[in-house]
Design a protein around this ligand. Sequence first.
Ligand code: FEO
Length: 135
Amino acid sequence: MALIKWNDSFSVGVVEIDLQHQKLVALINDLNEAMLQARGKTVLTRILNELVSYTVVHFGTEEKYFETYQYPYTMSHKKEHCAFIEKVGSFKADFQSDKVGLSLEVMSFLSEWLQNHIKGTDKKYSAFFNKNGLK
Ligand code: FEO
């Protein structure tokens, strides 16, 4: 069963960003599935790398729009993005050097962070972006 099930409560009202969030959800679900099936390190590393690089792409998209439309909460939002990239980056490094394995705890951190960030921090820009014509 999927760790995160997408539904309309995740929508931020901007199609491009909803599609990116759906891809992040799918990657976290894939990673969880691969961990539960005890897939090898090569498979886990491939999905983890994809998750990290797509997260960077996604944050870049939001931040580009923050700049374009002069979003007033840019600083605090970007801080959350940076902290997450740092945390996942250090986890990835530890995983690759066999210091830690993928665990339910790690999956629950990733899943909860993403859901809380989308439903809390991201949703705060919905009305602002829509008002600027971004839908
Ligand atoms: Fe959708 Fe702020 O990340």
